[in-house]
Design a protein around this ligand. Structure first.
Ligand SMILES: [Zn+2]
Length: 253
């Protein structure tokens, strides 16, 4: 790089670092807010999702700022060098991953709390509608029929709200969390492949790179599906893995 390009790179890096610091500040500030909402509305996901969508908006504004500054003048300072755009893409990916990690951790923590609270509530027996005898509870997210062993009355027993929520969406959040680092690793590889392509006049992706990416993509989807199946106590939804795989291959290459 020429001295001018080096100076442009230094300025650009300082700007990108500042944007990433702003994101850290949003995460730190939101952390207390999200936990406060979770405490005020135990086992309700809607208030949390509303807060997150507000935060998503602020985060997108920051990302937009990167593109604006790049298009405005930062991009031209690099002359013919790819370095500036590479720095932009690397920073943007780190930025997205940081936000996904924060979001996923909040949602997974809420899922874990719902699971624990739900199991605790199950310790309180339900009284049989026929004879009043205590009916043992089961770990499930749905209302189930339980026949009383004393009077044969059929009782419709609803799960605690916390467990219902855990099985409805908590398991998805935990499964996403379990696969997140693998997913990010896959996306970093995808970016390295794209960087290589840009440096090589957008040559087709070498098949070994592509195979490696596909294997990693499949591995993280499989991890997510396996974890969800384990939490639900059900067979792995292999169709989901295959359909997501098909979509992502079509989208990425
Ligand atoms: Zn009974």
């Amino acid at each position: 790089m020429t001295p001018e390009q080096q100076a442009a790179a230094d300025r650009w890096q300082a700007f990108l670092d500042k944007i990433e610091e702003r994101l850290e500040a949003i995460v730190a500030e939101a952390d207390a807010g999200i936990k406060g909402i979770a405490a005020a509305h135990p086992h309700e996901i809607l208030p949390i999702l509303n807060a997150l969508s507000g935060l998503d908006h602020r985060v997108r504004q920051l990302l937009k700022r990167i593109e604006e500054v790049w298009d405005g003048k930062a991009g031209r300072a690099f002359g013919g060098s790819n370095r500036g755009i590479e720095m932009k893409e690397e920073s943007t990916l780190r930025f997205n991953h940081r936000w996904q990690k924060a979001r996923t951790t909040w949602l997974a923590d809420i899922a874990r709390a719902a699971h624990q609270d739900g199991l605790k509530e199950l310790e309180e027996p339900v009284d049989c509608s026929g004879c009043g005898a205590p009916i043992p509870r089961q770990v499930t997210g749905s209302t189930i029929s339980i026949t009383c062993e004393y009077c044969n009355a059929v009782n419709q027993v609803a799960p605690p709200a916390a467990l219902r929520n855990f099985f409805h969406y908590g398991v998805d959040h935990l499964a996403e969390e379990a696969a997140l680092e693998m997913r990010h690793e896959t996306e970093r590889l995808r970016l390295r492949i794209e960087t290589w392509q840009r440096a090589n006049s957008w040559a087709p992706v070498p098949s070994d790179h592509r195979q490696k990416w596909e294997a990693m993509q499949r591995a993280h989807l499989q991890r997510q599906a396996n974890e969800k199946a384990r939490l639900l106590g059900r067979p792995v939804n292999q169709d989901w893995v295959e359909s997501r795989m098909k979509l992502s291959v079509a989208h990425e290459f």
